[in-house]
Write a protein that binds this ligand. Structure first.
Ligand code: HEM
Length: 209
């Protein structure tokens, strides 16, 4: 395998990790509390599932980021020059803060109840805010790929070749998916009925007692 093949492999990894799996996992993860099955019985397993799925998404994002930085460095391409990379890194930083704050507030036992109650609406707001940021990063990434790959040596993008149809439809589907997730999060009837109950505000590690 040539050096360049390795770099292409890194880019494929980035495409897989960044554009597919974490995005879907993240959206499934934020909807965990909207599944009616989670409304009855103990909340602990659902909180652990929510934290676990978002952690899995975070690990895949980090692997994807390592792959894309390695690819850029091997190809001599500047890092972080595009709007897509700014949106993507912004989403990753926000996601990291969200996870760290969620973990420290809702999982560890030392966060006081008043703090958890204060932080919860902020957590829910930023959990939703990450979604449009991720959608924007995905769509700008797809656009970049179209501009870079569909040049004059292939059928140009402006002539709407089959690849452009595929990528445009993919972008539209990502947008619709993001809007559906935001809609599901905004619907009060799909909230867990005891959303402000005492056990929501108790740290996870105390719920077992
Ligand atoms: C980056 C990672 C995370 C994202 C994007 C995220 C996103 C969200 C969203 C959108 C909601 C609102 C769900 C709804 O209204 O149905 C939520 C609620 C919540 N999250 Fe997270 N979250 C993350 C990490 C965590 C972590 C690590 C914990 C720690 C256990 C946590 C604990 C909670 C709790 C306790 C709620 C409130 C559930 C309820 O309504 O009773 N989150 N999160």
């Amino acid at each position: 395998m040539s050096r360049n093949d390795g770099a292409e492999g890194d880019l494929e990894l980035w495409n897989y990790f960044s554009r597919r799996s974490p995005r879907l996992r993240r959206k499934r993860a934020v909807l965990v509390y909207r599944v009616p099955l989670s409304w009855s019985g103990p909340k602990l397993p659902w909180k652990l599932l929510h934290a676990g799925l978002t952690l899995a998404a975070f690990i895949l994002i980090v692997l994807g980021l390592v792959a894309v930085f390695e690819y850029h460095n091997k190809q001599g391409i500047a890092n972080m020059y595009s709007l897509h990379s700014w949106l993507g890194l912004g989403a990753v930083l926000l996601f990291s803060c969200q996870w760290a704050m969620g973990f420290a507030s809702f999982l560890l036992p030392w966060a006081p109840t008043w703090f958890r109650a204060l932080y919860k609406p902020i957590h829910v707001f930023f959990g939703s805010a990450i979604i449009p940021l991720v959608v924007a990063a995905c769509i700008s990434g797809i656009n970049e790929k179209l501009f870079f790959k569909l040049t004059s040596t292939t059928t140009p993008y402006s002539q709407l070749p089959a690849e452009a149809w595929f990528a445009n439809i993919l972008g539209m589907l990502i947008l619709v998916f993001g809007l559906l997730v935001l809609f599901a999060l905004a619907m009060p009837v799909w909230k867990r009925p005891d959303v402000n109950s005492q056990d929501t505000q108790e740290p996870l590690l105390q719920e077992d007692k």
